[in-house]
Write a protein that binds this ligand. Sequence first.
Ligand code: KG4
Ligand code: ZN
Length: 340
Amino acid sequence: MKILGIETSCDETGVAIYDSERGLLADILFSQVKTHAKYGGVVPELASRDHIRKVGSLLEGALEKADLDLKSIDGIAYTAGPGLAGALLVGAGFARSLAWALDIPSLAINHMEGHLLAPMLDAREGLEMPFLALLVSGGHTLLVHARGLGKYEILGESLDDAVGEAFDKVAKMLGLGYPGGPIVETLAKKGNSAAFTFPRPMINRPGLDFSFSGLKTHVMTTVINLEDAELNRSDICRAFSDSVVDVLSIKCRRAIEQTGVRKLVVAGGVSANKAIRRGLEAICQDLESEVFFPSMQFTTDNGAMIAFAGYCRMKLGESDTFEDQVRARWPLSDMNPPAT
Ligand code: KG4
Ligand code: ZN
């Protein structure tokens, strides 16, 4: 079974082909970072237009890389939400019309389910559900108990900013450019951990929810109160990063202790962060639990995770109905197991 995956939910156009026999045959990505960088964040209208410009040629590239022609594709999976409505419509329109023309099924995929399954694309042995998942991206911070495909219980989530969003906003305050995560990570490595101590929001409250907007405001007031000459960006990034690592580690520890589930999957763009990886590895080691991360190329948005999620569901016979629509908001808790 060969599934084409199309991702256009935000500022990356991803096209990939997953084969049930041979694994990932092609995974092509075009990042719009240059288009949006000068605005300091994603401009939705520009994102949609760029997806339209790129998706066709990326498909040609993926077919060439996989040495296949369109007729050998068995199904098309596309991101239907959550994300920017206009951007989602480009991928959905493209995928569904192509599937209709080829007379093959299409399937709407939840982007966060794509992230959740991404570590399975090339996981070491032992990664099957049930597991806990910490999903950390630009739009979401979720702690999930994944009991099976489509059976997702949300244990905790951010009440305000997502972690990735907080990284991006801190970078913007410090004039570091977009996207902020990788730049803040690089500077944090050079920073002195004793220079500042920032708050660890929500750790003293019971439960598994997160909040990052107070931490972001704390960074802002710190920056405003410093004279230009005193502003050491690396130290600020380090204090911010240390706080995020602590908060995520404390909440994941709590989730493992509360549920007794000893497998933790960490995925989404922020899971590329090495300091966060090290923090979570340490708590998992301490709790005799296993931790799984996606390979670096599957941390941020990509078509491979959508093709793979499509394969997991389509092999059980699931496909779109005529009424399926894109959903700018599509909580993971609204997912269902595949309708077989
Ligand atoms: O999953 P993703 O590509 O897109 C969404 O679904 O939102 O995540 C993008 C987010 C951005 O906020 C970006 O700054 C963050 O992931 N990110 C990182 C790192 N690499 C990407 N955050 C912290 N450290 C990183 N190395
Ligand atoms: Zn994403």
